[in-house]
Design a protein around this ligand. Structure first.
Ligand code: CU
Length: 68
């Protein structure tokens, strides 16, 4: 088991409400342990074990945001 980290640039995420929606959606993905949003840079950092990055992207998209 190893912990991995991925940072995505998310378009359209402009306030804490957006950040909360994206965080909640990504937290549902299997294996994801922590998500951290940096609104200033519009990025989302996902930490977890053996999660599928495609599922993370799909969750962000389903929440109504775009992964750059
Ligand atoms: Cu917002």
């Amino acid at each position: 088991m190893c912990t991995t980290n991925t940072t995505h640039t998310v378009q359209g995420m402009t306030c804490t409400s957006c950040a909360g929606k994206v965080t909640a959606a990504v937290a549902e993905v299997a294996g994801v342990e922590n998500t951290e949003v940096d609104l200033a840079s519009g990025t989302l950092t996902v930490t977890g074990q053996e999660y599928d990055d495609n599922q993370v992207r799909a969750a962000i998209t389903a929440a109504g945001y775009r992964v750059a």
